[in-house]
Design a protein around this ligand. Sequence first.
Ligand code: DLL
Length: 437
Amino acid sequence: MKENFFQKDIETMSRKQLDELQLERLKWIVDYSMRNVPFYAERLTKAGVTAEKIKSLSDIQYIPFTTKDDIRDNYPYGLFGAKMKDIVRIHASSGTTGKPTVVGYTKNDINNWSDCVARLSAAVGVTDEDVAQISFGYGLFTGALGLHYGLEKLGCAVIPVSSGNTEKQAMLLKDFGTTVLISTPSYAMYMSEVAHDMGITNDELKLRIGLFGSEGCTMELRDKIEKGFGLFSTDNYGMSELMGPGVSGECVERNGLHFAEDHFLPEIINSNTGEKLAAGEEGELVVTTLTKEGIPMLRYRTKDITKLNYDTCKCGRTHCRMEKVGGRADDMLKIRGVNVFPSQIESVLAQIEGISPHYELVLTRKNYTDYLEVRIELVDTNLLENYGQLEELRNLAVAKLKTVLGISAKVTLVAPRSLKRYEGKARRIVDRRNEGQ
Ligand code: DLL
C-alpha cells in the first residue's frame, strides 16, 4: 500500500522540532508584519511586542488579536504585507457589511497552500492516479482554486467543473470516471440523489473518496453521502482570512482534523474574556499564520468553536488535531457554502425606503440545499393593497440582497407590526435546516 503522506518528514516531526520551528517562524512573522504592515507596526508597538522579545511560544499571549473588522477597516489591501508586484492572486469572502474581506497571496503562499491541500488529500489516500472533480464554485471563494492547486500538485487529473448544473455534474462523474469528489457535504448529498434519479448506479461510478468541507457535517449526513455514493470521505477546514482550505483536515482515522502546524499556530481562547484555554478545552479558535507573506494574520479570531488534541494520532502524524467545528461565537450563517451575517441583511434593508427595521430570517433545507427567506415588515399598511408597488419593493430587496450576499433569497413582505417583538435580544433567525432530514 502506498503511504498516505505528501511531506512525511514535516507531517511526522517530533513535538520538540515543531515547537522550535513554530517559535522561529513566530518571530519571523512578527518581524515581517512590523516591517511591512503599518497596522501591525502600530498595534505591536503599542503592546510593546517585538520579535526579539518573543522567547517562547507562550509569549504569543502578548500579541493583540486581529479580527474580521480589522481586515474590513483596512479594505481592500491595507493589511497586505507584500507589494502588489509580488501578489499573484486575490480572493475575498463576505464580511459583516457589504464590503468583502480581501486576501492576497504571493508565489510562496500559493506554493505553501498547495502543499497543505496536497497533504490532507494524500492523508485520505488520494494519489496521482486519481481523477478529481471540483464542485466548489470557482471565483473569489477560496474553495475551488485552493483544492485545485493542491490536487494538481499531488498529480491528480483535476476537473474544474465548479458548482451548479447538478445533472451535468452527475453525468461527468460517470463519463469522466471521477474517483474523488470535492464539494460541500450538502452538495455531495444532493448530487448523489440527482445521479440516482438519473438512473446512474454506484456500479457505474468509480468514486472512492470525498473531500468535503467549508461547512459542518453531522455523522448522519456523512453516512448518508458515503452510502449514497459508495465512497469514503473526510472533513477539511479552512477560511479565506488564513488561506482557504488546507488549514486542517482529517486523516483516515477521522478522529480530528490535523492542523498544518508548520504554517499555522492555533490557540483556543474563551470567546468572552479572551483568556487562553488549556489544550483539550473548548473555545474559540485563534490562529497565527507562520509563513504567509501576502496578508499575515497575527492571532486571528476565527469565531469558530472547537478544541485541540496534541496526542500523536494512530496515522503517525504529530500535528495537533482540532475537533470538528462545533459552532460559531458570532451569528455568522453558512448558507449554500456562503458566509452570511444577519448584519449584512440589516444594512441592506436599512437602505430601502418603505421597509421597517423589523425582519426575520427563515432558513430551510430541501434536497440538501439551503434556502433563505427574508421576511420584512412594511411601514405603510396601504402598500398591501397596491400590488404593483409591492412587487417593485420586493424585487428591489431581492436584487440588493443578491448583490451584497452573493446568494439569492426569497423576500416576503409582511404587514406592519406583524413580526414578533422582543424585549431582550431579538431572535431574528429561525433555522429549520435540521428539521425532518
Ligand atoms: O470555506 C474555506 C474552505 C473551502 C474550507 C473549501 C474547506 C473547503 P470561507 O468561505 O472564508 O472559507 O469560510 C470560512 O467556514 O470560519 C467556518 O465557520 C466554516 N467552515 C469552513 N470549513 C469548515 C468545516 C472556506 N470543515 C468559515 N466544518 C469558517 C465546519 C467550516 N465549518
